[in-house]
Design a protein around this ligand. Structure first.
Ligand code: F6P
Length: 358
């Protein structure tokens, strides 16, 4: 009698980010080489479990994907089985269908790669008995359970290059350049890229800004002969006592704060202002080496967790070590910039203004 190989499924949920394919590759290689597991890909996140969108994943089929951006498995941020869009326009809970299909597909475990939303779904399915392991992903780096999520450093590299490019044109024209970067309600991308690129002003959600303080900072630089300024603003930043700027308030899609900052300071300064919204360029393209390494380490560790049947766990980076933590801890602990942290203090010592008059 032949014994069936254990079969695991892997999916990517939520927004994409650089490094997803590197995780998939590492899972498939480790699962097949070290643990003799069969791996299948579930397409479009958890939605694939409802539509039977399953593809085989073998060392041959994942060849060459390490440096590629996006996700071979595709993804969506609309496929929540607990709140699934129905044809009649309502939303229904199809989670038990998901659980049944996992059984019918003969999946002995699932590796879910995703951010906050995907991890919440993974936790709820784990609570229903689904053998689940998670890998944290987001360019926002806003999960306290891990020092870094993969994708973040690539987004920082892209944003830093944008700051560099804006510097030369700002200096040529005596202009104030405002660069809006992503990050949702966390200022990590703005802080890292602003500091790495030598921005003059960094505006983050965790330190609400006062337009007058920005104006004073620009005037003070003018007084020393610098007639140009680089402002990096996180998409979730807001004025003191103000609100976030939304492109679409209903879906809470952030965007446009750079134009608000421009409007806030335009009357009080003589320099011309130009706005750049970097957008999804931060999420596309090839992962930098840091993210390829982190993704590969996460993928290997996730496959090991599955082999050890450590269900309900998520891989994480702590210092130099890859560890695992309960998925539950990850979803309940967001990570924001602490306004007095060392990096903020360093930036201030280097002359960066956070738009708060300090
Ligand atoms: O969470 C990642 C992220 O890129 C955020 O930084 C940004 O606010 C959001 O996703 C954009 O989402 P969408 O791809 O749906 O526009």
């Amino acid at each position: 009698m032949s014994i069936r190989k254990k079969r695991i499924g892997i999916l990517t949920g939520g927004g994409d980010c650089p490094g997803l394919n590197a995780v998939i590759r590492a899972v498939v290689r480790t699962a097949t080489r070290d643990h003799d597991l069969e791996v299948v890909g579930i397409q479009f996140g958890f939605e694939g479990l409802l539509t039977n969108a399953i593809i085989p994943l073998t060392p041959e089929s994942i060849r060459g994907i390490l440096p590629k951006g996006g996700t071979l498995l595709r993804t969506t941020n609309r496929g929540n089985p607990f709140d699934f869009p129905h044809v009649d326009g309502t939303r229904i809970d199809r989670s038990s269908e998901c659980v049944t299909n996992i059984g019918e597909l003969g999946l002995d475990g699932i590796i879910a790669i995703g951010g906050d939303g995907t991890l919440r779904i993974a936790q709820r399915l784990a609570d229903m008995g689904v053998p689940m392991v998670a890998v944290p992903k987001t360019i926002d780096n806003d999960l306290a359970a891990t020092d870094y999520t993969f994708g973040f450093m690539t987004a920082v590299a892209v944003a830093t290059e944008a700051v560099d490019r804006l510097h030369t044109t700002a200096e040529s024209h005596d202009r104030v350049m405002i660069l809006e970067v992503m990050g949702r309600n966390a200022g990590w991308i703005a802080l890292y890229s602003g500091l790495a690129g030598g921005a003059d002003i960094i505006l983050i959600p965790e330190i609400p800004y006062d337009p007058q303080a920005i104006i004073e900072s620009i005037h003070s630089r003018e007084g020393t002969g610098s007639k140009f300024d680089i402002i990096v603003v996180a998409e979730g930043a807001k004025r003191v006592g103000g609100e976030e700027s939304y492109l679409d308030k209903a879906s809470r899609r952030l965007g446009g704060i750079a134009y608000q900052v421009a409007a806030d300071i335009a009357q009080a300064i003589d320099l011309e202002i130009r706005v750049t919204v970097l957008g999804h360029i931060q999420r596309g393209g090839s992962p930098i080496a840091f993210d390829r390494l982190l993704s590969s380490r996460f993928g290997k560790a996730a496959a090991d967790l599955v082999a050890k049947q450590k269900w309900g766990e998520m891989v994480a980076l702590r210092g130099d070590d890859i560890i695992s933590v309960p998925i539950r801890d990850a979803v309940s602990n967001p990570k924001y910039v602490e306004p007095h942290n060392e990096m903020v203090a360093t930036a201030r010592s280097l002359g960066v203004s956070f738009g708060d008059g300090r």
